[in-house]
Design a protein around this ligand. Sequence first.
Ligand SMILES: [Zn+2]
Length: 282
Amino acid sequence: MSWLERVRERLPFGNKRESPDNLWIKCPRCQEMVFRTEYEENLSVCPRCEHHGRIGADTRLQQLLDQGFELLPAPKVTEDPLRFRDSKRYTDRLKAARASNPHADAFTAAIGTIEGQRAVVGVQDFMFMGGSMGMAVGDAFCNAAQRALDERCAFVCVTAAGGARMQEGILSLMQMPRATVMLRRLKEAGLPYIVVLTDPTTGGVTASYAMLGDVHIAEPGALIGFAGQRVIQETIREQLPEGFQRAEYLHKHGMVDMVVNRHELRATLAQLLEYLSPAKAA
Ligand SMILES: [Zn+2]
């Protein structure tokens, strides 16, 4: 037995047959190899450079909500209304996305408490077709807002999106005013709406519900913008400043209220919900 095997036996390296791809994660920013368990225990934040990795809807809900939250049912919408096809059929793209994701579309919502503060939390999952906003996302968003209205509690939305779902054409763009109307209703009812902008939040989502919060929190390093940097640069024919469209830059220029590390996100939300609690206002 070599020294390496002896060391390996004593350390919790897991099943030998497990492929190295599953054991280690390469941080996209600092390029360090990090143990997957260490990385996940650290809320998918790189322990070396604090890079905030992208996480799925279920992980996010578990990180933010207290145990015992209830998932809201996924909406039923007409699928592929335009019978869209580019290099692949839209229905095939949906099938492929569903095969690698536990949810039927890119927006998942739940109701529960954050450190005891009641709230509906909606999460957009970038891993599902780039978090793109189509009818299913719009419906799930509106249902979540409606649930907050019914229960007279806050609505927290964690955004991540490449923009509108182009396979649904104008129908995807119509989700922007729909979401805006629901947020108006929340406002009229005096219920708080808090947005957590995560990497990346762009396009039509930024142009609607991602920027209509009472409070905007961003995760460190998150890319947040409407059009891409290259498009803007080519349009205005000017070099853009360093860090343009990143959370810290936007915070400095007043576009977001605070940049919060994922480790403090739960506590920060709980504190904000307590300040903005409708019960207190009444
Ligand atoms: Zn790193």
